[in-house]
Design a binder for this molecule. Structure first.
Ligand SMILES: [Zn+2]
Ligand SMILES: [Zn+2]
Length: 325
């Protein structure tokens, strides 16, 4: 996405070599109609309105120009699933949490697809021979979503019968969305009832155990290192039926800033998933919202997982993951 830097300051009426790629980017994420083709390099009305829509989504002043903030946002690693478009219905509604009036920012796929049964199984592609700490990391992600819903997740050795099939693949792998080597697309997951959960095998996945690195983990200071748990948490939300959230702290926010480990569900994630499935009946909290509030009291949304020196030297990073319906 570093290639977008040169467009900083671009505005209506300009013609700039390569500007069509910004239009393609905005189209990929739902800001330009899918039917539009043959993009030109001219900063036309289409680009102005798409830019404004993008700025609205990311809460940036709607200038319609590719100003510094807008280009900066476009350069942040992100999920490949579109922000707005046909496959999701944007849910921004008022929810009454006690005396506190707050806005939910989560998104549900159109038609509200969700799992009909509550006890779900997941299984790892046997050929991957995944290390145990990879499996534990992904299983930990499931248990966090389980804690706030009536759903339960259990690993099964029977891959073909599992509801959720987890596999690490390189390049073309038969699901219709090829991976692309290091960085770019990192993972994708399908909404219910498909249960396909695919990771890009070419990424340098980093696994943590507590605050320690897992034993066969890659070096987290590598500029291409990707935190497996952060990506898994986000993708599981899609597997269960959640789209993206506009809440920056939410697990379901489409971008993951480089060097940030983001593994705890936030209130908006919980509100979203509970709108589909209800709360966990075993929870001691009767009200979903107070449960969520208690759960997250004092929980930081994100934690840095390597030092500030490296962060200062951050390179241009590509997409974090990609999810399609
Ligand atoms: Zn996503
Ligand atoms: Zn796939």
């Amino acid at each position: 996405m570093d290639k977008f830097k040169k467009f900083t300051g671009a505005r209506s009426g300009k013609i700039i070599e390569g500007l069509s790629e910004v239009k393609e980017y905005l189209q990929n994420y739902g800001y330009i109609s899918e039917s539009a083709t043959n993009f030109t390099n001219s900063f036309d009305e289409m680009l102005v309105s798409a830019t404004k829509l993008y700025q609205q989504y990311y809460n940036i002043e709607q200038t319609g120009r590719l100003d510094e903030k807008t280009i900066g946002q476009m350069m942040v690693p992100r999920c490949g699933k579109r922000d707005i478009g046909n496959d999701t219905s944007f849910m921004q509604h008022s929810a009454n949490h006690g005396n506190l009036q707050s806005i939910a920012h989560y998104e549900i796929f159109e038609g509200r697809p969700r799992w009909k049964k509550r006890a779900l199984t997941f299984s790892f592609l046997p050929q991957n021979k995944l290390p145990d700490n990879y499996k534990k990391t992904i299983a930990r992600g499931f248990s966090k979503w389980q804690a706030v819903t009536p759903l339960s997740f259990r690993e099964t050795g029977s891959y073909s019968k599992a509801d959720i099939k987890i596999g690490f693949y390189s390049r073309e792998h038969g699901c219709g969305h090829a991976f692309d080597g290091v960085l770019g697309e990192l993972a994708h997951a399908y909404a219910p009832p498909f249960g396909w959960f695919h990771f890009d095998n070419d990424e340098n996945w980093v696994v943590h155990q507590g605050d320690q690195l897992g034993h066969n983990s890659k070096d987290p200071t590598m500029l291409t290192a990707i935190d497996l748990e952060s990506v898994a948490m986000h993708e599981i939300g899609h597997l269960l039926g959640l789209g993206h959230s506009v809440d920056r702290n939410a697990i379901m926010f489409p971008t993951l800033t480089y060097g940030v480990r983001k593994i705890e569900l936030q209130k908006d994630d919980v509100d979203g998933i509970q709108s589909l499935y209800g709360a966990n009946p075993d929870s001691s909290e009767s009200s979903p919202s107070s449960h969520a509030q208690n759960l997250f009291r004092g929980t930081p949304a994100v934690s840095r997982w390597w030092g500030p020196t490296l962060l200062a030297a951050k390179p241009a990073m590509a997409l974090v993951d990609i999810i399609f319906l």
